[in-house]
Design a protein around this ligand. Structure first.
Ligand code: SF4
Length: 408
């Protein structure tokens, strides 16, 4: 029995609170993309740019205007979360974060206790800035540690040191942040099992001067077109292979289980279930969100769209009163159901709930996906119980392959 199951009925608490998929009228999330970085890391394929910091004040104006524009489209819905993602949102002055949060409160029916997350790089995160962020309304920090290993940091092209991660974590605590997440990458070229074990041990053992509340652990994917992919193609770097990455992942699963952390999503762990990411849970429950800013992706009422990726083109579009959207599509029923499975199965305890699936999609799991469910269950990749379906431990190791079986 895991820590977050009730002894009376063995139903995980989270399942009774938030079934997957989300009901069509449930609260939405607001994602604000900040596409600026001090430099671009060699493995990064996010929509981000270096050397354009002078655009930040103009970009904040455009973002505030775009937020205002969306108010009427969601007038009958609640907003539960704001997420400043990037890029490097910690390049924003705290006053700008405050202004954008205020714009969201003005435009949307934002919950009084909304989760407001800001992604940050460890470099230069000091108590003064963090106190100002907290006062501005940010109540959750997600710090990109990536690794504590010096060679790993250089291989990943990061500008910070492990000491910066420790200093940022301590500064966040002393500023008053009660919910701090660290991102790590495993499987970087040259990483040894002991290197990864040391990252985990140092993080969980208090070696950073404080313990985080949440961890996101991502296996490195060498994306085509990045400088790292070029280095791999030329034989300069050798990535960890799939088996090696799976071993590192299992090491993390076991190490965090031994520390009684809640492994609630394929790549995410929380110190307690209450500290799980509420914003990302909206994605995993195939819920609705506004994705604002350059390259922002939105998903609302059966449609999805993407904004112009380039910050200047985005600013010009908003300033001139034109739409910032560059692509838009409606989501057909088969795609919506497949995405509910692909995303919902990532939630390890909750999985996908049959009753919620019927409400959302108008048919039972068996009626829509009976053949796939039977086959995957017979292979030991899925578990069916208590009216829901979720990944088994073996399925967890093959989560992407399992998800692919449900997409049209
Ligand atoms: S800091 Fe993050 S978003 Fe910016 S370049 Fe590096 S990996 Fe990409």
């Amino acid at each position: 029995m895991t820590a977050h199951m009730t002894s009376a009925n063995m139903v995980p608490e989270r399942q009774t609170i938030e079934p997957t998929p989300a009901p069509p009228d449930s609260a939405f999330g607001v994602y604000l993309h900040i596409p600026f970085c001090a430099h671009v890391c060699p493995y990064c394929d996010f929509n981000t740019y270096s050397g354009q910091d002078n655009l930040i004040p103009r970009y904040v104006d455009a973002l505030a205007a775009e937020i205002e524009r969306y108010g009427p489209f969601v007038a009958d819905r609640r907003a539960a979360t704001i997420f400043f993602g990037g890029g490097t949102p910690s390049l924003l002055p705290a006053d700008s974060a405050k202004r954008l949060i205020a714009a969201c409160r003005q435009a949307f029916a934002l919950d009084a206790d909304a989760e407001v997350t800001l992604e940050a790089n460890p470099n230069g995160l000091d108590s003064t800035y963090l106190e100002a962020l907290l006062a501005a309304g940010v109540n959750r920090l997600s710090i990109g540690a990536q690794t504590l290993h010096r060679r790993g940091l250089r291989t990943l092209g990061r500008l910070h040191e492990a000491t910066d991660v420790a200093a940022a974590l301590r500064a966040a605590r002393s500023a008053g942040f009660a919910n701090v997440s660290l991102d790590f990458i495993f499987g970087w070229p040259g990483q040894q099992t002991d290197d990864w074990r040391a990252d985990l041990d140092r993080t969980l053992g208090g070696d950073l001067g404080a313990t985080p509340d949440h961890l996101s652990l991502y296996s490195l994917i060498v994306e085509p077109g990045t400088p790292m992919a070029d280095a791999v193609a030329r034989g300069i770097l050798t990535p960890v292979d799939d088996d090696g990455a799976a071993d590192l992942y299992e090491l993390a699963i076991d190490r965090l289980a031994a520390a009684s952390w809640d492994h609630y999503e394929v790549a995410n762990w929380a110190r307690t279930p209450a500290l799980a990411s509420r914003h990302n849970a909206i994605y995993w429950r195939n819920g609705d969100y506004l994705g604002l800013g350059a390259g922002g992706h939105g998903h609302l009422a059966g449609r999805r769209w993407m904004n112009h990726p380039a910050p200047l083109a985005y600013c010009k579009a908003v300033e001139s009163g034109r739409t910032a959207i560059s692509n838009e599509e409606s989501i057909d029923a088969a795609t919506a159901m497949g995405e509910t499975m692909m995303l919902g199965l990532r939630l390890l305890d909750t999985g996908v709930d049959d009753a919620a699936f019927r409400v959302r999609h108008g048919g039972s799991l068996d009626a829509v996906f009976g053949a796939q469910l039977d086959e995957l269950a017979s292979l030991g990749l899925l578990v069916r119980a208590a009216g829901r379906v979720r990944l088994s431990r073996r399925g967890l190791m093959l989560a992407n392959d399992v998800a692919a079986r449900f997409l049209p």
